[in-house]
Design a protein around this ligand. Sequence first.
Ligand code: HSE
Length: 349
Amino acid sequence: MEYKIGLIGCGTVGQGFLKILEKKRGYLKERLDFEVKIVAINDKLKGSLLIPEGIKVEKILQLLEQGKKIDEYLEGKPNEARQIDPLEMIEKCDADIIAELTYTDIKTAEPATNYIKKAFQTGKHVVTSNKGPAALNYRELKKLAQENNLFFGIEGTVMSGTPVFSLFENGLAGNKIKEINGILNGTTNFILSKMEIENMDYEDALGLAQKLGYAEADPTADVEGYDALAKIVILSNVFLEGNIKPSDAKREGITSLSKQEILAAKGEGYRYKLIASTKKENGQIQAGVSPQKLPLSDPLAGIMGANNALTFDLDLLGKVTIQGPGAGKIETGYSILTDMLTIHRHLAK
Ligand code: HSE
């Protein structure tokens, strides 16, 4: 089956997704009967294209690698899409699925929420790695998707492409969650690891995390805990049927933690980690993010670098931990593919 895709946003995640398509096209077709035709790309900085016959992924990647705008794809021919804004593009393009990959604004969740609504209103499935809409408007968007018989995929919002939502919905279905604890921000885990193991300074470690594409456009979101907070809010609302906002949860980042404290903890056999947790008590969600000093025997203490991990404490199984990449170009690009494959599995039945 072939799916027509519109990409709204073509930064780190969009390019990671395109790279995977380039590499895995044959495998996806032969093994999974899954094919993709990119019909639209709209990126605020890199330009826009609307080509119903399909856009060549290799050529787009080449232009982007050369630092060129994607408009150059048309080699001087007029490009109407240049004048079209994302909302109009979503409406006009004949896509089956919109991949909403614009930047996360955790305070307003815009403009992404409007883009997602427009996609549902015009009969398109949505997959996204954008934490804003999932953290602030999950219920409303999920309802809109269901009313229109469409899929709203948010796998990439927590732990990048490491499966969290599909794990719970499939392999862990039937369990009730007592508590969730996790390391949900790759940048801060990377920084803490570099400071402790390589004795690196905070600024250098942050610079490296930015260079590797782990950090948010504004890294304050990472180091002050807002990113992990958004993720634990998403998990609270999706898994614990909460209806909380980021302002309902406690937040403390890693900036108040000094290298001396990190190294002193190491000397005592402990390790600092930025832990996000949530549980429901008397019908109320208790969620928060804070640095915690864990004994080395704790499974979360062993998670290093940009990796993330999540421990589900379940009524039937007890503790189940999943560990994997939590950030990165290909890693988050993969989350877009995995949500599309979920759509494919449902539609191909
Ligand atoms: N900035 C985020 C992190 C990216 O470091 O985890 C993935 O959400």
